[in-house]
Design a binder for this molecule. Structure first.
Ligand code: HEM
Length: 513
């Protein structure tokens, strides 16, 4: 059992996905420190702006929700540039020290995703820190950005690295991100048209509402959901193996910090929709069902295929939803409770009744990325049924970017700024990306790759299988010649220190001896 967490010492983006808290706009920018002294002075000035993970509430005991949040993280080169002692630097895990570009082979960043095609900001060296601003609106983001720019120019010796590709191929000194809007309203969608941001892990001490636990935690033998161990997501705490995650010395440098993967993922929207259109002609079901069979959730409202596996079931579900919503809106408490119980099933499910993938294909995106105990083939093989995947969960913290053009195409700028956090980039993100997204041995699907984000190349063997009921007499449906739907445009690995560690770094008092 973990002790309560010092949420005021943990950076806020670790425990909160800001998008869900009413911050649909964001700006990410990257700093280079010219000398350790100047870097530390700048950091010292920035620390008071950093948002911690304390819950926001309306009462007097908790801080009120701000208009804007700010967080900071460092590459290995950044920690070196800030003058951390070599012995502390040596304690960081190998993949973090190498950085994302050097891991291109493992990540499937080849062809159009290869590092030589990334935005200019990622070419060469010199990315030392990532700074994020999330705001309720763009004005709030701009105001905070000018405060930070003021600090940077006052300290001197710190520059904002330019070279993020924007609309019409312009190059910008920052990367803006925004929720997708429809008719002026924020939606939870990404640019292919899927509702996103539903599944995210629930861990011990995260400060989230316990009603969010079912479907987000880990399963015990009795089939109940429990919070994941804190150490899966925050350093200095016990993880699912009952161990402390690998972390540098001194203890206070790592404690309450974590690692973050930042990836700019361009979405080829024309390629995606052309492919769906062409395959839909032969598919026994609607275009929406086909899209759902790629991701595991219906595009329009995110309902999982485990709940509504075909067009008929989806129509019935939509009808039930509409009727319950109407009654609940008129104040019917019973309908409101039924509606809540129904919506809980959006996240509270497993694949136990769908071993063959006839509801949610075994290679669907969400089934690959969070296997929900479905890899345990022998009952009782592990103390916890989801032991194999509890160690491979990701806190997703990204937002879409670009879009808004009249006619989006592969050539226009749109995609997802994918950010995921965890105590081990290698065990969590890299494993998922390499073994479950770009390979399928664990699923007995050979070399198949994820439809949405796999590094497919349009070959006959680049395929996705939509399974059917074994006794239905229907053959599985093969989607072959999968093209590259998503291309990597840049990114790196970052360390997000605690507030204590930020202060120690800024004061130059990290001492591993
Ligand atoms: C442009 C790139 C991507 C797109 C369009 C995309 C799309 C989606 C969609 C539509 C969902 C379902 C909504 C939800 O459950 O929250 C989802 C869930 C998820 N995705 Fe992605 N995704 C992308 C990149 C990635 C990457 C790079 C990873 C990790 C390597 C990843 C891991 C996950 C995980 C862990 C879930 C939640 C699964 C669950 O808990 O059931 N995604 N994604």
């Amino acid at each position: 059992m973990n002790r309560p967490l010092d949420l005021d010492d943990i950076q806020g983006n670790i425990c909160k996905g800001y998008g869900r808290y009413g911050f649909p706009k964001a700006r990410y920018f990257f700093l280079q420190f010219h000398t350790p002294d100047q870097g530390r002075r700048c950091l010292h000035q920035l620390i008071p702006l950093i948002t911690n993970a304390e819950p926001w509430a309306a009462d007097g005991d908790s801080p009120l929700k701000p208009d804007v949040t700010t967080n900071i993280a460092f590459t290995y080169a950044g920690l070196e540039a800030l003058g951390l002692p070599q012995r502390s630097l040596n304690g960081f895990p190998g993949e973090f020290r190498m950085g994302m570009k050097s891991r291109a082979d493992i990540l499937g960043d080849n062809g159009p995703s290869a590092p030589e095609h990334w935005d200019p900001v990622w070419q060469g060296e010199g990315i030392h820190a990532w700074v994020s601003i999330n705001g309720r609106d763009m004005d709030a983001v701009e105001t905070r950005f000018s405060v930070i720019r003021g600090i940077i120019s006052d300290t001197g010796g710190v520059s904002i690295r330019p070279g993020h590709r924007g609309a019409d191929n312009t190059l910008l000194p920052w990367q803006d991100a925004s929720a997708v809007y429809e008719n002026g309203k924020v939606t939870p969608k990404e640019h292919f048209g899927y509702v996103d941001g539903i599944g995210n892990p629930y861990f011990e001490g995260c400060g989230n509402d316990p009603s969010r636990l079912p479907g987000r935690g880990k399963l015990n033998k009795e089939g109940q959901w429990q919070p994941l161990a804190t150490g899966e997501f925050i350093l200095g705490h016990v993880d699912e193996a009952q161990e402390y995650p690998l972390a540098p010395e001194p203890h206070l440098l790592a404690h309450n910090g974590t690692f973050m993967v930042y990836r700019k993922l361009h979405e080829n929207v024309t390629t995606f929709h052309h492919y769906v259109d062409s395959v839909a002609q032969d598919f026994d079901g609607s275009r929406e069902l086909l899209m759902a069979k790629f991701s595991g959730r219906w595009p329009d409202n995110g309902a999982p295929l485990t709940l509504a596996p075909d067009d008929e079931a989806k129509a019935a579900l939509d009808q039930q939803l509409a009727s319950l919503t109407e009654k609940a809106d008129k104040g019917d408490a019973c309908a409101a409770a039924q509606l809540k119980a129904l919506k809980d099933q959006w996240i509270d499910f497993t694949y136990a009744d769908d071993k063959h993938g006839s509801r949610c294909p075994i290679g669907a995106h969400i089934r690959r990325a969070n296997t929900r105990a479905s890899l345990e083939t022998q009952k009782g093989a592990f103390n916890t049924p989801s032991a194999l995947d509890d160690r491979r969960r990701l806190l997703r913290r990204g937002l879409p970017y670009g879009g808004g053009q009249k006619e989006a195409s592969d050539a226009t700028e749109q995609g997802i700024i994918f950010m995921c956090l965890g105590a081990s980039i290698e065990r969590q993100f890299e494993f998922i990306q390499q073994q479950w997204i770009n390979y399928s041995n664990d699923f007995h699907l050979g070399n198949d790759k994820d439809v949405l984000i796999g590094s497919n190349n349009g070959r006959l063997t680049d395929k996705h299988i939509i399974q059917t009921q074994p006794k239905s007499g229907k053959a599985p449906f093969f989607c072959s010649h999968l093209p590259r739907m998503v291309e990597t445009r840049g990114g790196d690995y970052f360390f997000i220190p605690s507030i204590t560690a930020l202060n120690m770094i800024a004061q130059g008092i990290i001492d591993p001896t």
